[in-house]
Design a protein around this ligand. Structure first.
Ligand code: EPU
Length: 337
């Protein structure tokens, strides 16, 4: 374990922002993680996983601990289900592919989501009708103050829409070291009801899809709409879709009859933030080296060389404009550092 100084984090955040860490250490074992957390010479520490859900607006004047714990194992198996444990530093999509190779079903709709396994529970990643919580069994997390490893069940995690206890009460108190999922080995429950998947499968000429087919459909949809972070820096959806009351929605409908919505409870609906942003005229807007993606307005992009503070300025302008036009507050999904 070697502590380095003045390290660029450009290749370690999917926005590709050239923020620097004053001190940097990569940890590949739990023992090293504990040692790094105990280094009193560096009182301020920052935990970095896959760097897929953060906007670095400044250099980090502290010790950045990059969690790179690898390994995937089957911990239990019954007739038609399996428990698979993956360590936090495994790349999420590669983990999905590993599960598909073993014909384990449940996360095929979550194909191609950027980031690592350790970040997945923090924001309860979700796409195309499936959320991590649907297959989540437990996760292990290192308590930063006691240095003990604790197990969190699904209930403990208090999952919500892009939410968990790790973004609320237990924020910055734990480092997730592994995640265990319960997946199917036979009779896979496919989720193809999300419109775009069904039509993509039809285009592919598939009437009885396998989990691999669903994954391929999701990959095709994502590649057609979402920029590949290896080519254009981005962090997926920058904002959460706002949840508003049905009564407010009905009032808004008189001025904006084409406003889409999804029912989330008896009294509330979710409105696509992408639609609000597009309607406000921001879709595809480019400011030299950053802007709003041309094909999906929910995604802010770094075309290369942008500063995190520029992108934050654009995000704040979008939030303010949407508030002025629709009276709706949209929250960032991405963590602003
Ligand atoms: N829309 C527009 N203009 C746009 C984008 C979207 O009008 O530029 C409207 C359309 O009405 C469209 C609707 O928004 O039908 C929904 O769009 P989409 O299916 O692309 O989904 P989303 O609500 O924009 C969410 C997740 C994505 C996830 C997709 C598919 C959030 C914040 N985002 O996006 O997650 O891939 O659904 O399930 O919930 C991510 O979290 O990084 C992410 C990409």
């Amino acid at each position: 374990m070697q502590i380095q100084e003045n390290i660029s984090l450009k290749s370690l955040n999917t926005f590709g922002l050239d923020a620097r860490a004053k001190y940097f250490v990569k940890v590949e074992t739990i023992a090293d993680l504990k040692v790094a957390l105990c280094l009193d010479a560096y009182p301020n520490k920052f935990i970095l996983g896959g760097g897929s859900n953060m906007l670095l607006t400044k250099d980090l004047d502290c010790l950045v601990i990059h969690v790179a714990l690898k390994g995937i194992e089957i911990t239990d198996q019954s007739e038609d289900e399996v428990l698979v444990k993956a360590n936090a530093g495994e790349n999420w999509h590669e983990f999905v592919l590993w599960c598909l190779d073993h014909d384990f079903g449940g996360i095929e709709n979550l194909s191609l989501i950027p980031g690592n396994v350790g970040t997945a529970p923090i924001q309860n990643i979700g796409a195309y009708g499936v959320e991590l919580k649907d297959v989540f069994e437990s996760c292990e997390a290192l308590n930063i103050s006691t240095k003990n490893i604790e197990t969190f069940t699904k209930d403990d995690c208090q999952f919500g829409y892009r939410e968990s206890v790790f973004k609320q009460d237990k924020k910055n108190a734990y480092v997730i070291i592994s995640t265990t999922l319960k997946l199917t080995t036979t009779q896979h429950q496919l989720h193809t009801e999300y419109g775009a998947i069904a039509s993509e499968l039809e285009t592919m000429g598939i009437s009885e899809p396998s989990i691999q087919d669903v994954s391929n459909a999701v990959i095709a949809i994502r590649e057609s709409k979402l920029p590949n972070p290896k080519e254009i820096g981005n962090s997926g959806s920058f904002f959460k879709n706002p949840i508003i009351s049905k009564s407010i929605f009905e009032k808004l409908k008189t001025n904006f009859p084409d406003m889409p919505s999804y029912v989330v409870s008896q009294n509330n609906v979710k409105v696509p933030a992408g639609w609000l942003i597009e309607k406000s005229g921001f879709k595809g807007k480019t400011f030299i080296d950053y802007g709003v993606h041309k094909k999906q307005a929910l995604v802010l992009v770094n075309y290369g060389g942008a500063k995190g503070s520029d992108i934050l300025g654009l995000a704040r302008l979008i939030q303010k404009t949407i508030k002025q036009i629709f009276g709706i507050t949209i929250e960032t999904e991405v963590n602003i550092i």
